[in-house]
Design a protein around this ligand. Structure first.
Ligand SMILES: Nc1ncnc2c1ncn2[C@@H]1O[C@H](COP(=O)(O)OP(=O)(O)OP(=O)(O)O)[C@@H](O)[C@H]1O
Ligand SMILES: [Mg+2]
Length: 413
């Protein structure tokens, strides 16, 4: 439309067209000058709003400790300050926008006046008729309007980059490789081997694991012990392919897990992590992990193995009881046993439990350990309690990044 209008304007008067083009170019230059300050303002606003949002969500999540430590007033005041920063920033951005709008009106208004003045001269000199001048002014309005929208659009498009940049951390992170294992997964024997595994969270940080070699034959249960912070959870995450070893290799049945494909590998593994969570929904949804084809009998069998069936059955709504946000309506021990039932529902060949029974009473823990021992599973259990450690075939300890065999598995002849 802008090009069409420009062509028509040129047919009437090149002189008047030049004035209109200059005015549009002036507006574009003005937007360009204001682009950087506006970009900085928008960037600051994004950061401030993100801080305010994080603070708010964190406050809601941590409302219990905030009440217990009597910190509600300070926390609220801090949130108000953050909110105020966002509003102030908005006001400054709005001032810039008003300035740009005012400049636009001035430029376009002046352009109209000049076109009228020179156009009237041309009419007096009979270079144009009044009708031609009116037609020109109408085309000029179309041209200027479209060009201003185009410039605004281009600026907005460049501004989008700002939001895209903030997402770059997530978007540019390489995805886990999706390798599909062609052969039958059921033929894989669940023996796990760590070969010369070294791991640290970043360059220059101390090694958490410093050359670990471990072979867990299929069906063996291993208790992983060691002081807090020695790297037991890190070791579990490496075993599960959540963290890639800095050096060395993790293998299942002699096949490196990267070659097998992490998705295929995880089909073989059931897990309860140290900070695992339930999702909002019913207990049956959580145990089956929202499997639409789940059957009650399968869910109840896993709940029995995890020694939680009776407690669920005694609830007024039974397996349809809602667990609330992140399982907030359940006790710590119930949550852990439901997480365990969820891990078993996958029918895994390997079970990795990171302090999965730490909230259980001794009796329930014994029930769970006995049920798990009766299953032909390769088990890796991180534990501190002697009852759980004793239920394992073998005990290994981590200390200073090295692995020590504390109680080897008994010889089977
Ligand atoms: N995401 C992370 N980034 C950097 N360092 C980390 C990270 N997670 C853990 N660490 C560090 O790695 C070390 C091992 O942590 P890890 O969670 O494996 O310990 P742990 O043996 O499971 O302890 P606990 O018995 O208390 O659960 C700790 O010193 C911890 O500070
Ligand atoms: Mg841990």
């Amino acid at each position: 439309m802008a090009l069409l209008a420009l062509g028509m304007m040129l047919m009437y008067s090149a002189e008047l067209t030049l004035i209109v083009v200059i005015s549009v170019a002036l507006y574009a230059a003005l937007r360009w000058i204001f682009y950087q300050p506006l970009r900085i303002a928008s960037q600051e606003r994004l950061i401030l709003a993100a801080k305010e949002n994080t603070h708010f969500v964190e406050t809601v999540r941590a409302i219990v400790p905030l009440k217990l430590f009597g910190r509600e007033t300070e926390r609220k005041a801090r949130w108000q300050n953050l909110k105020q920063d966002v509003v102030n920033r908005d006001a400054r951005t709005e001032k810039l926008t008003i300035l740009i709008k005012a400049a636009n009106s001035t430029i376009i208004g002046l352009q109209g006046l000049i076109v009228f003045y020179i156009g009237a001269g041309l009419v007096l000199r009979n270079a144009l008729t009044v009708g031609m001048l009116m037609a020109f002014i109408s085309y000029a309005a179309t041209f200027a309007g479209r060009m201003v929208s185009l410039v605004d659009m281009l600026i907005n498009l460049k501004m989008l980059g700002l939001h895209a940049e903030r997402l770059s951390d997530i978007v540019l992170e390489p995805a886990e490789p999706t390798i599909t294992w062609e052969s039958d997964l059921s033929r894989i024997s669940p023996s796990i081997t760590l070969r010369d595994v070294k791991f640290r969270y970043a360059d220059g940080e101390p090694w958490i694991l410093d050359g670990v070699n471990l072979h867990i034959p299929a069906g063996q249960s291993v208790a992983l012990v060691g002081p807090s912070g020695c790297g037991k959870t890190t070791m579990c995450k490496i075993l599960l392919g959540l963290l890639a070893p800095t050096e060395g290799e993790v293998m299942v049945d002699g096949i490196p897990i990267r070659q097998l494909g992490l998705q295929a590998y995880r089909k073989l593994v059931g897990t309860v992590m140290q900070d695992d969570v339930l999702l909002a929904g019913s207990i049956i949804d959580n145990i089956s992990f929202f499997d639409s084809r789940c059957e009650y009998a399968g869910v109840a069998r896993c709940a029995r193995l995890a020694a939680v069936h009776e407690e669920i059955a005694a609830m007024p709504m039974g397996y349809q009881t809602l667990v609330g946000d992140m399982g907030s309506s359940l006790s710590g021990g119930q949550k852990q046993r439901i997480l365990l039932a969820r891990a078993l529902y996958k029918s895994p060949k390997v079970l990795a439990l990171d302090e999965a029974t730490s909230h259980l009473d001794i009796q329930n823990e014994q029930l769970v350990n006995a049920a798990l021992s009766a299953m032909a599973l390769t088990r890796i259990m991180v534990a501190h309690r002697p009852e759980t450690i004793n239920s394992a075939d073998r005990v290994v300890g981590i200390n200073g990044g090295k692995m020590h065999e504390l109680r080897p598995a008994p010889l089977v002849i």
